[in-house]
Design a binder for this molecule. Structure first.
Ligand code: HEC
Length: 154
């Protein structure tokens, strides 16, 4: 191969092959982002369900409620940047219209998990379950503010 042909091959690779590899990566990452979002949501759901189960009756796991509440707060801190792309949500009629509105609901969710965490720490001392369940209900309201009646979680 002479130098001219070599340069042509390099230009061909640069112009035609590099962009298509790049496009594949971007597509791949959108899928990964959605998978990650669903993963985080299921972590939230399972901690919430664990609290609901453990508050039903006393068991050797009773005090774990505090750790689940804490985990919910930590997980809600992972909700930054989770606004899904338009094509991921198109046919879903989500209750939030734009990113700003969505972010406000994320903030409200974070406040609700923070309050639940506080309530769980107080509950550890006074065992006032009603107050704890009231905070849990507030959190569920905030989850529903994003899901509305489209889905039955939580
Ligand atoms: C700021 C908005 C927002 C808040 C707040 C929110 N979610 Fe979600 N949630 C979403 C979006 C967006 C999806 C859509 C993912 C999809 O359909 O692929 C989702 C999906 C889910 C799913 C389904 C995941 C799957 O496997 O398909 C569950 C379960 C869930 N959320 C639970 C919760 C719980 C529990 C809370 C409250 C602790 C919560 N979510 C709070 C936006 C939110």
């Amino acid at each position: 191969m002479n130098i001219k042909a070599g340069v042509c091959v390099c230009i061909f690779i640069f112009i035609f092959i590099t962009p298509s590899v790049h496009a594949q990566n971007v597509e791949g990452s959108e899928e990964q982002e959605l998978e990650y979002l669903e993963l985080i949501m299921n972590i939230l759901r399972h901690h919430l369900e664990a609290i609901e189960l453990l508050t039903k009756k006393e068991s050797k796991y009773y005090d774990n409620i505090v750790n689940h509440a804490s985990a919910l707060w930590h997980t809600s801190n992972l909700l930054d940047h989770i606004y899904p792309d338009k094509d991921q949500v198109n046919d879903r009629e989500w209750p939030w219209a734009d990113k700003q509105e969505f972010d406000e609901r994320v903030m409200a969710n974070r406040t609700a998990t923070k309050n639940l965490r506080k309530a769980a720490k107080v509950w550890l001392k006074d065992r006032d379950q009603e107050k704890l369940l009231a905070s849990l209900e507030e959190l569920k309201k905030s989850c529903r503010s994003c899901h509305k009646s489209l889905r039955d979680w939580p």
